[in-house]
Design a protein around this ligand. Structure first.
Ligand code: GN1
Ligand code: MG
Length: 376
């Protein structure tokens, strides 16, 4: 459930906002943090806009380490965008410090607040409306990964340990099942069997990493379509947001998670599963966009695993939704009691579709490489 702000005065005293407060609006994009738009007007009529967030400290246990990551990464991107002649105000996030120069503020109720620049003249989309949009988002995520290619990964804390470690996610799932705290496992027998039958998929990428066949990079790890801001005029992906999970990971986590969300012909929580299908057209659009910006730096093995990673990230996310349903909805925000169960069903329907179309997905990746002249 979303938080309401009942201590606006306290926040006005905590951060260095400019001007007189004129508007506060809740923005409802994510499943984890609560996000607000704050608008102020200065004496000369100039508007100052901010994105103010409550960080979910149940999910992110160490806000201090997290904000160090975010400040490090945003400063780095800010400088790089300036060097490349871009507009840092719209192409990167900037953490506005509190009045006592901290990157976040703990309020009287113990809630953790932070403040960013608001990316103006831009929007997010919750579902792909056409292949072109997805292609543009893909270019932005690929470029984001490129820009962080030389970022010192060892300086980043793991904000959620084992975030995309699918083997440990599987173990968490089995624990949820064994504890069955909510007593709701019985409502999901089919879905549970679906997960249990796919245990061996969980270790594929981790094994390749261990064998040195996949490189560890600095990755975003939450590349949902609504985590990229698209320019209102051109539709181009101008700024990647939601940087809380930027940490060392596999490029495949980012690619796969984007496909999970965006190559679905329906919403993540669509109840009518007949509407949930894999769009190969969208898959191709994303692969083209992503490979056009990140392709040069990817290894042949990473490219080989792009299609499989889409399935794995979808399975992992479905498993997390189902695990949370069984745990009693403690992690993801939900709007109604079966919300997580509904979400896991869309993910598993997609996994099934991906299994059916895996050869085609692999062939599409090959075609994209050819079209882009990537010699992998
Ligand atoms: C969460 O915060 P948001 O809504 O962008 C989650 C992702 C899931 C996603 C599923 C920190 O992302 O891992 O893939 O929901 N973020 C975290 O929609 O758990
Ligand atoms: Mg988000």
């Amino acid at each position: 459930m979303s938080e309401k702000i009942n201590n606006v005065e306290e926040l006005l005293n905590a951060f260095q906002f400019k001007g007189e407060l004129s508007e506060i609006k809740q923005l409802d994009d994510g499943h984890i943090n609560d996000t607000y738009y704050f608008e102020f007007v200065e004496e000369n009529g100039h508007k100052c806009r901010y994105l103010v967030q409550v960080l979910n400290t149940f999910v992110f246990k160490d806000p201090d380490a997290l904000m160090k990551n975010v400040v490090g990464v945003t400063n780095y991107l800010h400088d790089m965008i300036i060097k490349n002649g871009g507009d840092p105000e719209r192409e990167s996030l900037y953490v506005y410090p509190t009045k006592d120069n901290k990157s976040y503020y703990i309020d009287k109720n113990g809630k953790c607040w932070r403040c960013y620049n608001f990316i103006y003249d831009a929007h997010t989309v919750q579902m792909v409306d056409c292949a072109e949009t997805f292609y543009k988002a893909a270019k932005a995520f690929g470029k984001f990964q490129q820009m962080l290619a030389d970022y010192p990964g060892e300086t980043l804390s793991e904000t959620i340990p084992n975030f995309h470690n699918t083997v440990s996610r599987f173990a968490d799932f089995k624990k949820a099942l064994a504890d069955n705290i909510s007593g709701r496992a019985e409502q999901a027998e089919k879905e549970i069997s679906f997960v249990l039958a796919r245990e061996k998929d969980c270790s594929v990428l981790l094994d390749l990493l261990k064998e040195g066949k996949l490189p560890l990079r600095v990755t975003h790890n939450d590349t949902k379509l609504n985590n990229v801001m698209l320019d209102n005029t051109t539709g181009e992906g101008i700024c990647v947001v939601d940087l809380d999970t930027v940490m060392p990971g596999l490029s495949l986590y980012d690619f796969g998670d984007s496909i999970r969300f965006g190559a679905n012909t329906a919403a993540e929580d669509e109840k009518d599963l007949s509407k949930v299908n894999l769009s190969l057209e969208y898959f191709k659009a994303y692969a083209m966009g992503y490979l056009s910006t990140a392709g040069e730096s990817l290894t042949a093995e990473e490219i080989n695993q792009l299609a499989f990673s889409s399935k794995l990230m979808t399975l992992e996310c479905g498993m997390r939704f189902l695990g949370d349903f069984i745990n009693g909805d403690v992690y993801f925000k939900t709007d109604y009691p079966e919300h997580n169960l509904v979400r896991c069903r869309t993910q598993f329907k997609l996994v099934g579709e991906m299994e059916k179309h895996m050869d085609e997905m692999n062939a599409i990746v090959k075609d994209c490489c050819k079209e882009l002249g990537l010699n992998k």
